[in-house]
Design a binder for this molecule. Structure first.
Ligand SMILES: Nc1nc2c(c(=O)[nH]1)N(C=O)[C@@H](CNc1ccc(C(=O)N[C@@H](CCC(=O)O)C(=O)O)cc1)CN2
Ligand SMILES: Nc1nc2c(ncn2[C@@H]2O[C@H](COP(=O)(O)OP(=O)(O)OP(=O)(O)O)[C@@H](O)[C@H]2O)c(=O)[nH]1
Length: 443
């Protein structure tokens, strides 16, 4: 082996998805990889990084499958350790037989969730934000999620945070120099003054970057739309029409929906979550009252509220004034209710489909509007946001402690450490369990 592995165990996992499938990819990483390949391929091991067809055999020489085999000797591999891939026929029994065979070998064990990527991180193959980007890329369901995740997986965030860290290091070096000059009674203050100009520019850049978090949250977790209205206003019917399937129960009985019912839509590449809620009314029923509280809380947290109303009189007793700035009024049951145009933003019927596509378009427009202000690389996780805030906080402290250069330098160091924690350049051992556990097995 041309390099030393940090890890004694050789790990393996099915890295492709559900079975059966046309082809299934089993990945291995660790010091035993080459020995395993030698024992399983009757013929010679394929040359590095070249796919080759090989018969795979068990210990008794019995064939397991005919497979495409790739050998990736470390360090030029995904994890940085010796790796291999077995592309076998994607049958359940085929995969089971190969995994069972691997599991019986000394020094081999099934990989934990995210363990390949964790090893890649610990071997310095990628930074923490790239690893998080990879997790998001594998989880991505919509076009915008895919784009954001790919940028981060390729080091978009890392480049920005490393850039800021370099500027902080430079600033500290300048301050050290100024302190040394001060000892000699000769203070070229103008040199260090440039530092503070740059630091305050950077503070602004970080503040702008932080402002993009909300947009990233919407892209990642979805734009939240909540349907509100009196019982029987037609909320569940509208939800089903938007989802194009029967998700929520629809009856003519007022008070049918008790809990929140969510559907996820893909509007133009953006994930939109629409939530059906319990109808708002004075109720003595405990379950219904809890449902109504949940409805109001969901509306408070929503990005957009659709207030539904059929032809019946106004719902009493609920002050929705606080929601007004993010609400659209929707007149429902247009086929039977004589709504006046001008009274509502939208008038719809789920019976004849009137107004539905205009409503969907408008929801899409609002969702796009919520993310369009943000562009470029965004902070995509709470973990990152908190460390960015900490960085900004120390920068502003550095600006405040006017005369005392040592204190200012110390605040700049703390600001840089916060950035280093985002990329994993420093002190993150305690975070790794949380970060990598959200990965799939085999990643
Ligand atoms: N079959 C297969 N497809 C795959 C992956 C994989 O591991 N196997 N990937 C897994 O995520 C993604 C591709 N990402 C990869 C990233 C790095 C390396 C790798 O071997 N890197 C080495 C050598 C680079 C080179 O020769 O250019 C290195 O970084 O040193 C492989 C795949 C998507 N498709
Ligand atoms: N004619 C007509 N009837 C509708 C329309 N939308 C809903 N309805 C009917 O109105 C009744 C109530 O509809 P739901 O969708 O269950 O109303 P809801 O607001 O979810 O009611 P709760 O769960 O009680 O809060 C049902 O009988 C539906 O068939 C519509 O566009 N046109």
């Amino acid at each position: 082996m041309s390099h030393q592995s940090l890890f004694r165990d050789t790990i393996f996992a099915l890295s492709s998805g559900g079975l059966p499938s046309g082809v299934a990819v089993i990945r291995l990483s660790g010091p035993q990889t080459v020995a395993v390949l030698a024992s399983m391929t009757a013929e010679r091991i394929p040359p590095p990084r070249k796919a080759a067809l090989r018969e795979l055999v068990g210990d008794d020489g019995e064939p397991l499958d005919r497979a495409i085999v790739i050998n990736f000797p470390g360090p030029a591999s995904f994890t940085g350790d010796d790796c291999a891939e077995l592309h076998v026929h994607g049958g359940k029994a085929v995969v089971a037989a190969v995994l069972e065979h691997l599991g019986r070998k000394d020094g081999l064990r099934a990989a934990e969730a995210g363990e390949f990527t964790r090893r890649a991180f610990l071997n310095g193959k990628l930074d923490l934000t790239s690893a998080e980007g990879l997790a998001d890329l594998v989880a991505a369901e919509t076009e915008l999620q895919r784009r954001m995740a790919l940028i981060n997986a390729e080091g978009g965030q890392r480049d920005i945070y490393d850039g800021w860290r370099k500027r902080l290091l430079h600033a500290r070096a300048m301050i050290e120099a100024e302190l040394d000059f001060a000892d000699e009674g000769d203070v070229p203050g103008s040199v260090a003054a440039e530092v503070w100009t740059d630091m305050s520019a950077m503070q602004q850049e970080i503040a702008n970057h932080i402002n993009g978090y909300h947009a990233a949250e919407i892209i990642r977790d979805g734009y939240r739309v909540v349907l509100l209205g009196a019982p029987n206003a037609g909320k569940s019917s509208l939800l089903n029409a938007l989802a194009r399937r029967d998700v929520a129960i629809v009856t003519e009985i007022a008070g049918t929906t008790r809990d929140l019912v969510e559907v996820s839509l893909d509007l133009d590449g953006l994930k939109v979550i629409v939530t059906d809620t319990a109808g708002l009314r004075d109720s003595s029923d405990t379950v219904e009252r809890i449902g109504i509280e949940r409805a109001l809380r969901a509306a408070e947290e929503a990005d957009l509220v659709l207030k539904l109303k059929d032809g019946s009189p106004d719902m009493p007793g609920f002050d929705l004034a606080d929601l007004e700035s993010k609400a659209l009024s929707v007149g429902t049951k247009a086929d039977i209710a004589p709504h006046r145009t001008g009274e509502f933003h939208h008038i719809v019927s789920v019976i004849d489909g009137a107004g539905l596509s205009a409503l969907i378009e408008d929801i899409g427009r609002h969702a796009k509007g919520a993310v369009s202000a943000a562009s470029g690389v965004l902070p995509s996780r709470l973990r990152q946001l908190e460390l960015l805030r900490s960085c900004g906080h120390h920068l502003s402290l550095a600006a405040e402690v006017q005369q005392e250069l040592e204190l200012r330098a110390e605040e700049l160091r703390l600001a840089g450490d916060a950035l280093g924690r985002i990329t994993g350049a420093i002190d993150v051992e305690d975070l790794l369990g949380v970060i990598f556990s959200e990965f799939c097995i085999g990643k």
